[in-house]
Ligand binder design. Sequence first.
Ligand code: PHE
Ligand code: FE
Length: 284
Amino acid sequence: MLAQAIRDEIRPDYTMDQPVERYTAADHAVWRQLFERQAETLKGRACDEFLAGLAGLGVAKDGIPRFERLTEALMKATGWQIVAVPGLVPDEVFFAHLAARRFPVTWWIRKPEQMDYLQEPDVFHDIYGHVPLLMNPIFGDYMQAYGAGGLKALKLGVLNYLARLYWYTVEFGLIRTPKGLRIYGSGIVSSKTESIYCLESPAPNRIGFDLLRIMHTGYRLDTFQKSYFVIDGFEQLFEATRPDFTPYYETLRALPQIPSGDILLTDRVIHRGSREGWDPRPDA
Ligand code: PHE
Ligand code: FE
């Protein structure tokens, strides 16, 4: 009954009104706990652009924020909007939203027993992880371009390549700064354990960003990454992805997938992983 009622409110583009009245006190408490924990963990670990975006959003730590309020701040800064969705949406829908500078955010929050890990994105991952960098003009433009590129990749049947780029930048990217390596990937900033692991563990590789290399590298789905790719700045990301990818896809079709833990002779290695404790299962 409840599931039916929820489904009825979903529009054809998968958006819905954020059902703020459905949040319980326990839901807001989960948000607060995750927020406070990450505020501590990300000091000296997240990049300045992320921290500035978070501060600029005034994302209340008091509870799950109202998306309308966030959209107001985003609109002023970069023209992005937040739209509520019931969960993961089809690729085409997702890309069309990004291309129109709308970021789909899952409205519900994880349960208290899922504080440390959750397989799907929830409101904490989507807001805390993704939205702060949408306050950054260059990163905002990158996300919009990615959406347009996603629609094209879908038509060409090459989404597998482009998806890896999203994974190794938007979700799990690291950035080199004068103060040292810092985190910008959403999958990392919304996870306490991976925030520490990606920078401080000797186990994973840390390799300089290389667009084509990344687009044929496998990845880990439900465990820590074996390799992280490091950009020198958001301009580098934007410039490297500006060309038309159509000829790149032709090249990539001829290349085998690189296992996620491998290091190539052509890699700019920042740290060669010790491989300690690496998950033995095959890549996703
Ligand atoms: N320039 C890419 C293309 O032509 C689109 C893109 C932009 C992809 C930014 C990823 C990130 O397909
Ligand atoms: Fe995400």
